[in-house]
Design a protein around this ligand. Structure first.
Ligand SMILES: *Cc1c(COP(=O)(O)O)cnc(C)c1O
Length: 461
């Protein structure tokens, strides 16, 4: 055990900690290894900060979620939400497990193709599908989920030019009892817009309406919202069959299930409060099963779960840069990753644990990132033992939305490694460097450093 540093005694309020659900105190344990691989060796091998993904945990999450639905409903298909984490290594795990791809841009669409996903297993969502992307998707027989009337009209126009009937669905938004309403995507159910769109598609004769889609929100905390959504989707599906003689093949209920992270400002930790995937599966499948479809006419149920499948499979390792006292006496610790790297620090109170032994003395402190920017706060208030410069920390549950929303603000993005099920470590994305960043830049000739040798005093504009 490393020798612990002497700490000057201080007088402070006893911090007994919150009771957890078992009535015992939540205590810190250093997290020295991830999936059996020492944090120190990871940092020595790949640098700090460093994202670490657990292949074992990703597969476990997928299999457990798939089991939740498949044990309750006969026809279930998952589609991996690319924007949640589109590192190819991650996508390939989900595809190996049987997931289709759910993409929201031409860029993501091509990424899915590059990952070898069959065209008819790509769901193309999103409000901004370019003409070329749509042509490619039609060519590949992908599922195009229409977001708005302008998109619908341009699709009809496209279809007039080509000799193919695309397979489409519409995205539906609706009142699920959760406010504010998520009504910016898709066609509204209550005001008849969705039905209007459906009727137009079927009447056009240019497309096959094969499904209905909704994605009612993200980090949803109630299962009843999904019951409301599923009921309305079933109702629309029934109308499609009875009134338009166009039964749909599938209902896509989207994603939105929460991970066990704690939302910023939440009173209780996420682990104790969020419903489980089993709860959501129960709510959704019971609603559809009891709606009244004939057994052989039950639609395929598609799910586009993102964060709930990967958040807890990702870790961020980082290091302490410095400590300081703020003007009010509060301790501040500066770590080498900020909101540029850990975008979800804006939403979550991420659990952060030291990666080495520490003293029993803990103190409430603010955890700052290294950026020269006031909003660069990793944790507003966290009780941690005294950390010294050079100490390492582990940030938990960072697998969702960080490796796609990270930015090159002030500094470059760190490496990502994946620990496979045999505890082998694989580099899945290199740390960026200056050369990588500047690869896309071009400097006009007159601004080239060579021209500085002979600066022209006058320039004609
Ligand atoms: C982002 C997104 C998802 C995944 O959402 P989660 O909240 O991460 O489960 C699924 N479907 C669509 C259309 C999305 O935009």
């Amino acid at each position: 055990m490393a020798k612990l540093k002497y700490e000057r005694p201080v007088i402070k309020k006893m911090n007994a900690g919150l009771m957890n659900k078992f009535g015992t105190r939540t205590e810190f344990q250093p997290v020295r290894a991830i999936d059996g691989v020492p944090v120190l060796s990871l940092i020595e091998g790949y640098g700090s900060p460093l994202f670490v993904l657990s292949e074992r945990q990703i597969r476990r999450n997928y299999q457990s979620a798939a089991r939740s639905f498949k044990t309750r409903y006969p026809k279930v298909q998952f589609a991996w939400s690319y924007k949640t984490n589109y590192l190819n290594a991650v996508c390939q795990i989900f595809h190996q497990e049987g997931s289709w791809a759910e993409v929201v841009s031409g860029f993501e669409y091509r990424k899915a193709l590059g990952n070898g996903v069959a065209g008819n297993q790509i769901i193309f969502n999103g409000p901004d599908k370019h003409r070329n992307d749509l042509l490619l998707a039609i060519e590949n027989d992908s599922l195009i989920h229409i977001d708005n009337f302008d998109e619908l009209y341009s699709l009809i126009e496209l279809c007039n030019q080509i000799n193919k009937k695309p397979r489409v669905a519409i995205r539906v938004n609706m009142d699920t009892g959760v406010y504010p309403l998520w009504d910016r995507f898709g066609f509204n159910y209550e005001n008849g817009q969705a039905w209007n769109a459906i009727s137009k598609i079927v009447a056009s004769g240019k497309m096959q309406l094969v499904g209905l889609h909704c994605h009612i929100g993200t980090f949803m905390l109630t299962t009843s919202a999904y019951m409301a959504a599923a009921t309305k989707m079933c109702e629309l599906a029934t109308r499609c069959k009875n009134l338009l003689h166009n039964p749909v093949e599938y209902l896509d209920l989207g994603g939105g299930f929460p991970s066990t992270n704690t939302l910023r400002g939440a009173y209780l930790p996420g682990v104790d409060t969020v419903p489980s995937i089993d709860d959501f599966a129960e709510a959704i499948t019971t609603t559809i099963l009891e709606y009244g479809f004939k057994q052989e006419e039950l639609p395929l149920l598609i799910l586009e779960t993102g964060r709930a499948l990967i958040d807890d499979a990702g870790y961020l390792l980082g290091s302490v840069v410095a400590n300081k006292r703020l003007s009010d006496g509060r301790r501040a610790t500066i770590v080498n990753f900020g909101v540029n790297t850990l975008f979800t620090a804006f939403w979550y109170e991420h659990k952060i644990t030291p990666a080495q032994d520490f003293t029993e003395h803990t103190e409430d402190m603010v955890l700052y990132g290294p950026l020269c920017m006031n909003i660069d706060v990793v944790r507003e208030n966290i009780s941690l033992p005294l950390l010294n410069p050079g100490d390492h920390v582990v940030v938990h549950k960072v697998g969702a939305y960080n490796m796609t929303q990270w930015m090159q603000f002030i500094t470059t993005r760190p490496a990502v490694v994946m620990i496979d099920e045999q505890q082998q470590v694989h580099l899945v994305r290199q740390a960026e460097n200056l050369e990588y960043i500047e690869q896309m830049e071009q400097v006009p000739a007159h601004l080239n450093s060579h021209s500085l040798d002979a600066p022209s005093k006058e320039r004609n504009f």
